[in-house]
Design a binder for this molecule. Structure first.
Ligand code: SF4
Length: 553
């Protein structure tokens, strides 16, 4: 760190706060104030972070720092390989505050309870209280969400979403209390469940644009390989890094999505296809979560394309709903439920995360393809996460913390405020409050997203290349998803029975003979042991230490 005059304001900018209009930067005066940015190994190790996720964060940070310097601001930038680097955010904040002795420290609300506490406590220790300002990237503050949630029996995203539509005016006809949703309905999800059929998409969806690494990114890649050589994921030439790392590149990615893939996004939102990893998904979530893109400009670009007759309403609405509905709702839940939320385990699952989540080595084709994609790119789209990678963890009874940490560290868009409620609530159906009324089994989800191999077969081509049969639940060909699906329903039937939305499916369980129920339990136990979910099985993690220790505890 260089020396200099005592600054008036020290503005901390964290790796996921690369917003050029950030409230932390507002009013900073060149020559008087200082921006602090830090690369620390601890943030790539507290959960094992994919090497491409780490490179993306650090490269985007270095480009952002260069932009700030271009605006005349002084940036104190701590690199990962700086000899004095303490390796932790707390250590670096404390060191900078003691050295620079600013009159005030300002930071936008971090995206994680742990980091919020770390920022406040380290500033306190260094003798200057931190001013935490709200993140204006979002449409709704945590206080506004809490006011909306107050007094409700359950939190339903759809009702929250409708209020967001009214508030923003997005896809609304008319103004004020008389405003109506475009097309007469709020939600066109029922039209958005198409598969690609047996023959696959024709033509293939255009792939998202690739951005070749520039000199800064290449420098970061070398630095990460040197300082953090044991991170999971691949960074080889044939699985090259191609993420956007600047605001200009992020805008190009947004334009390409709206121009080339938004039309198909709505109808094929739930579809998967092995030779089209992204299908019609935007792949913009890492750029949004780093704040290189603003959700307003994304929504407005989609709405403009709809108004120009270039995309159907079902696609524009689905995309806008993700941004102003689901994303904001999830963040609201994260701050509303508090740090204790992370420890919930509503279905009492304690299994280990199988080793193949780190290697892709499994004979289940859907999981091999999806994990392979994660290892190659630090990304899969939403349905691969929910219905393959997450679904398996739910059905097998993996501990929610183990799979949450995996999603957090392995995905380029992984940040706690979004990953935790999505995994704990939506994927694992494990976030029920201890005092929840009977029939309310989750905060985020109204029912578990549990599905057998038949769902995966209907929505993808994975099963065609697999040694298992998605329709079988017993015998050597039995699909593990199908075996574990019925076992899941059997194990949790009394808990789920209070949920009206599960009544139909549980009738199938009730009709089973006692012999069938026992056989499914035996088959599922054997599977869990073989796949390493149950300790001692051959698929257990062999080298947890290398990847940051056992996160199942
Ligand atoms: Fe996955 Fe089962 Fe289909 Fe194989 S048969 S790809 S394990 S769902």
């Amino acid at each position: 760190m260089g020396g200099g005059q005592r600054p008036e304001t020290l503005a901390i900018v964290l790796g996921d706060q690369l917003d050029e209009a950030s409230a932390a930067l507002r009013g900073l005066v060149p020559g008087r104030d200082v921006v602090l940015m830090m690369e620390v190994a601890g943030e790539s190790r507290h959960v094992p972070s994919h090497v491409q996720r780490t490179v993306l964060f650090l490269s985007a940070m270095r480009h952002f720092a260069a932009d700030l310097r271009g605006r005349g601001l002084r940036v104190e930038y701590v690199t990962l390989d700086e000899p004095d680097n303490t390796g932790t955010l707390a250590g670096e904040i404390e060191r900078a505050v003691r050295k620079l002795r600013p009159r005030r420290v300002r930071c936008v609300r971090p995206g994680e309870w742990r980091v919020l506490a770390m920022v406040m406590e380290s500033c306190e220790r260094a003798g200057v209280g931190a001013e935490i300002v709200e993140d204006e990237h979002f449409f709704t503050t945590p206080d506004e969400f809490a006011a909306w949630a107050q007094g409700r029996r359950g939190l339903t995203m759809e009702f929250f979403y409708r209020e967001q539509r009214r508030k923003t005016g997005y896809l609304m006809q008319g103004r004020g209390a008389a405003a109506k949703p475009e097309g007469g309905v709020w939600n066109l999800d029922a039209e958005n469940r198409e598969s690609f059929g047996r023959d696959g998409p024709s033509p293939m969806p255009p792939a998202p644009p690739r951005f070749e690494p520039d000199a800064i990114t290449r420098e970061v890649m070398a630095c990460v390989e040197r300082v953090l050589p044991d991170l999971p994921g691949r960074l080889e030439p044939d699985a090259g890094f191609s993420w956007p790392v600047t605001r200009a590149q992020a805008l190009k990615a947004l334009q390409a999505f709206v121009r080339e893939r938004l039309t198909g996004f709505g109808p094929y939102e739930d579809a998967m296809w092995s030779t089209s990893p992204a299908t019609y998904h935007s792949v913009l979530s890492p750029l949004l979560n780093l704040k290189l893109l603003n959700p307003r400009e994304c929504c407005e670009a989609a709405i403009a394309a709809y108004r120009a007759g270039k995309v159907p309403l079902q696609s524009a609405e689905a995309f806008v709903r993700q941004l102003i509905g689901w994303r904001e709702f999830i963040r609201g839940v994260y701050w509303l439920e508090g740090p204790e939320y992370a420890r919930r385990n509503g279905l009492g699952s304690h299994g280990r995360l199988p080793e193949f989540y780190w290697t892709g080595q499994t004979d289940m084709n859907c999981l091999r393809q999806c994990v392979g994609q994660v290892l190659d790119t630090s990304y899969t789209h939403h349905i691969q996460r929910l219905m393959v990678l997450g679904n398996f963890a739910l059905l097998a009874g993996v501990h929610p913390k183990a799979i949450s940490d995996w999603f957090l560290g392995l995905y380029a868009d992984g940040v706690d405020w979004v990953t935790l409620p999505n995994t704990l609530g939506m994927v694992m159906h494990a976030d029920a409050r201890a005092d929840a009324p009977k029939g309310v089994t989750g905060v985020v989800g109204t029912k578990p997203y549990a599905a057998s191999g038949k769902y995966i077969d209907r929505m993808s081509d994975y099963c065609r290349g697999c040694r298992y049969d998605p329709g079988e639940r017993h015998g050597p060909e039995a699909c593990p998803f199908t075996v574990l699906y019925w076992d899941f329903l059997i194990r949790h039937r009394e808990t789920l029975r209070a949920n009206q939305r599960m009544a139909m499916i549980l009738k199938n369980v009730d009709r089973m003979t006692r012999e069938t129920v026992v056989q499914i339990g035996i088959d599922a136990d054997l599977l869990r042991r073989r796949l390493g979910v149950t300790p001692g099985g051959e698929g257990s993690r062999a080298d947890g230490k290398r990847r940051g220790g056992d996160s199942n505890s």
